[in-house]
Write a protein that binds this ligand. Sequence first.
Ligand code: SF4
Length: 288
Amino acid sequence: MIEHAKKAQLHASMLTMFSNCPLAFQRRYGARFGLWHEEEIRPPGVAAAIGSSVDASVNYNMNIKKDGIKKKAEMIAPLDEVLQVARDEAAGMWSGGLLLSDEEAEALKTTEGDLIDWAVMMSEYHYYNVADLIQPVDVQKNWVVTLEKFPVDLSGTIDIVEATALRDTKTTKGNVPYDFAHSMQAVVYNLAFKLETGKLPTEFIFDVLVRKDLKRGREVNYKPATMVPQEKHFPPLLNRIERLCDFFENVRKGKATFPAVTPSAQSKWICTKAYCGYWHTCDCKLDW
Ligand code: SF4
């Protein structure tokens, strides 16, 4: 059942963070589960700020389109409004402070300009090339799944709900480095959809926008990735959550401690000062 819950809530992003680095999870979210003394919130990096800014503009556009679909009238957000949302979001995140690499910090004006330019360029690309493919019935839908037998519940926000499918907007740089079609985030959201509607979504589509710096200039491309939801994905997800809860319980009882991490070759970017906000004060950091 989907309803408001009172237990601590696990989000898909927390599961991802735990997989990437348990120590970072402990410092960011551990306090919610009695595993750490405070929530240590760190600012996002520039890539994440570009993603959030594009998300904000896409959501603005899709909300207007959704209202039009409900009224059976074609309603389109003006391009300049959509781009202004992206610009404002990027500027706001910049003024709030971002996690910067040494190179980004040495060229502050360029970094700020790049952030805003990419946010606007990717939003415009989405407006002209992707928005027409989407038929939203809900945008930024919050949900909570009560897990009866667990000490935690699952919660999250689905970017875009269509009549039978789910969509999530992603931005990335260069070649798509992440296997979106095999995503635990999608499995979590598919479960929420199934529990609310009684049916699996027909598909989970990641609308991936890829940005590239080329010698001839900047370029944005659309590389969608689709997952076909399946019932067989759910038991492993719930088994993982059960093991995570057992681990949390053992930590609270002093029978286990948080493991240190050894980021793999593919994920070594996770343990860098430009990506991890805990790098400067972490005794397990890797200084690549
Ligand atoms: S610096 Fe590395 S080990 Fe430490 S929290 Fe960050 S990713 Fe984990």
